[in-house]
Design a binder for this molecule. Sequence first.
Ligand code: HEM
Length: 929
Amino acid sequence: MLPAFYQSCNEMISKWDKLVCKDGSCELDVWPFLVTLRSDVISRTTFGSNFELGKRIFQLQTELAALAPCKLYSQFTSLDGGKAAKDDLLETTSVLLVLTMILFSHHQDWQARAREEVFQLFGNHKPDFDGLNHLKVIIFVKIYAKSRVKKISSQLAPYLVIALDQAIPKETKLRNLSLLARVQVILPILLVHHDQELWGDDAMEFKPERFSNEISKATKNQVSFFPFAWGPRICIGQNFALMEAKMALAIILLSFSFELSPSYVHAPHSAGSLLHLDDKVDSVKKVRLATKEYYSRGTKCMVLCDPTIGQVVTEVVSEADFRAMVVSEAGNETLLMGVDKGKAVENERNRSNIRPDNLLLTGPIGAKGENVDIDRPKVILGHAAVVTWATESSPMKGVKDIKESFSFFSSQFIGEMEITVKSIAVSIVMVTVLTWIWRVVNWVWLRPKRMEKYLRQQGLSGNSYRFLYGDLKENSIMLKKAKSNPINLTDDISPYLFPFLHKSIYNYGKNCFTWIGPIPRVNIMEPDQLKDIFNKINDFQKVNTNPLTKILGTGLASYDGDKWAKHRKIINPAFHVEKLKLMLPAFYQSCNEMISKWDKLMCKDGSCELDVWPFLVTLTSDVISRTAFGSNFEQGKRIFQLQTELAALTMQAAQSVYIPGWRLLPTKRNKRMKEINNEIQASLMSIIKNREIAMKAGEAAKDDLLGILMESNLREIEEHGVGITIKDVIEECKLFYFAGAETTSVLLVWTMILLSHHQDWQSRAREEVFQVFGNKKPDFDGLNHLKVVQMIFYEVMRLYPPVTALARAVPKETKLGNLSLPAGVQVNLPILLVHHDQELWGDDTLEFKPERFSDGISKATKNQVSFFPFLWGPRMCIGQNFALMEAKMALARILQSFSFELSSSYVHAPQSVITLHPQHGAHLIMRKL
Ligand code: HEM
């Protein structure tokens, strides 16, 4: 970065060269040049461009600082914002340099020593890095500022006032002090730097020799010098700033000598949180400042008056400074500059009398000035000052009537401020509205059309995009129509469940695309492409269509990336086979309760007609209640009912176009969903809290899903410092409920329906169960040996997969085989359609033939990704073994106790409500064995 420093410094020196008069000297206000230098260096080193290019940004920032000091204020008090850091950088080094020049002007001996050192090291050569590191005399002291000014000392002596404040978030011990939460501590850097107890009687004197033996010697190893702050949050740009300042000063010293101009007014002050120098007049060679500079530039200026004598008494401050004061301090205690009556001056000639020790503080000035009690200003020290307004054309000299001057100020200045603020507000609203219009137009039209063109170029086909709704309307009409026609058990259910997709595939081929509102979804049915999608979980992410659906459960199933990996790692142990064994009694108990209920419903002839669907739903939710929470279903019943209701509402919501922000509207559905969610959260929270209390009381972690999850989380925290939060645990529990109960009851119900229809397979399954267990209680090993039952389950899930289709989002342009998918599209993974695909499964694909799986899945699929009821790859269902074990236990107990067949009242109507439900239930004739 050194060349950038050098170039910027040289540019400044060249400008000064041009300003020098014939006698080789000139009077110059160096401050603006040093500010420009600073922003030039920042522009070059940050953006690689020169200042001219960044000038606009810089101008805008300066204007912003003037108009919105409150904003700046807050930015600086929390030193975390990036912008704050940048503004910091812009100001601080210029302040350091200007004060160094002022002090060197006043202490010519040190200026000479510094110049000597620079000449010795560089002669007339360009300063280099090593040389700059060897500059010892140039020591910068006590002049660094970076936070908001908190207090101004009455003896606003030589340098700048500076303090850092630190908020205390919780009650904290500070040595022998106990500080309450929210108290703030002020670290008055300036006062510490000037403290006689720390620095001796000559604390206020300019003596760079203090630092001849490094800072630690000068401070006697105490924390008494911290212009760059101290500790872990020490200014990150310290070296940058010092190197830049050394370079600038070296070049200045090599080119010029300087002294104070007689018109120099020493008045360091601060505006907002930044340190500015007021009329910082310095001289280069023989100097004289153009005090009139503000006037000659035509800039409006402020004049400070002494209210007691009603006269203009002091120098101009910049308009920006004044705006800052007015806006930020309205109604609050205000810091204004004025003069002590005794030292007040009556005319311009004596302006130079204004010294820092004449400064005083005044009280509130009111929002628009109206409330100022001119007669009794709240004077903290000395006399109040009132600010009036002057322009080049009407400089307000010798204002007699303060009230007059004040109303002048109110009408002119505030009026102007209001207009400016109004026009800025209007511009902001306009820009915001235009941006939103652009976004909406892009979202509903331009982007979909762009993507459509791209997809067609890939050889993909589908309907042309229709405004906003895409294919949704047609889809919903077709779905309604399909539902009105009853189907038989042997019919293909895909046109019934997905009539629109079915038609699209028929019209455009398997790789067609459909429109989910303005988002195109490419259908993928080719096993290799599916494999790629399942493996590349970061390229193909979970779809984030409707935030409403998140209410159902955000847990593991909805995360991506690191969060997913972490949660999966913590939850995995809960589904370990060893843990499954421990859950078997819970499975057994729940199944037995169901069987007992059925027993009680039997008529005298030992048979009855029964809709088994609600019983199976109760069974699986009972199992998940017991295994997840160690409590029985009755306790979790409410949660389960609510989850079911929530699923139905979510499905409704997911079928309409997703409009951002819609879910926040207080529609009946949205309100109900929120209510349900809150109740579920509260119930789960109480279960988890009770568990925590028990664990704290020394009870061993339970062997249920929640206990194992909490234990695994604790282990993760011990090993890696962070685990998941209670809120996360709640989300995972909600997910267990939904993913664990719904899916398995669906598997069981279709199994019973299909076994009713295929009595031969029912007999074979029962035979196997009796062979393995007789009438005994099914055990873990035995369940693992149920081969026919396993084949039946696979075939049921092939024909009736509980999860019928999934989608994935494509966040960035991605290759998939020979396809290139643009960012923003989605891929559709139609599990059911792939499971029924004749090309993959043969002509008998729609037939119920469990024997396909007699040699396992890989043989049945010929090692292709053509069967994935639990998905495939790293995101495969975590509860697969749990579900299969539970289903085996249930079917074994049912087969041991009953035979069953379809009732004549059974209506075949599979319905996709997230999972594949039997719309009209499962009416069977059950016979006691
Ligand atoms: C027959 C029963 C089940 C079927 C067919 C099934 C199916 C699936 C499918 C297809 C996925 C992938 C979803 C996606 O990535 O979009 C999945 C994920 C998941 N399932 Fe299951 N599931 C069943 C039972 C269970 C059970 C009993 C539990 C827990 C008690 C469970 C817990 C989960 C979880 C936590 C995930 C998310 C995994 C991840 O994203 O890493 N599932 N399941």
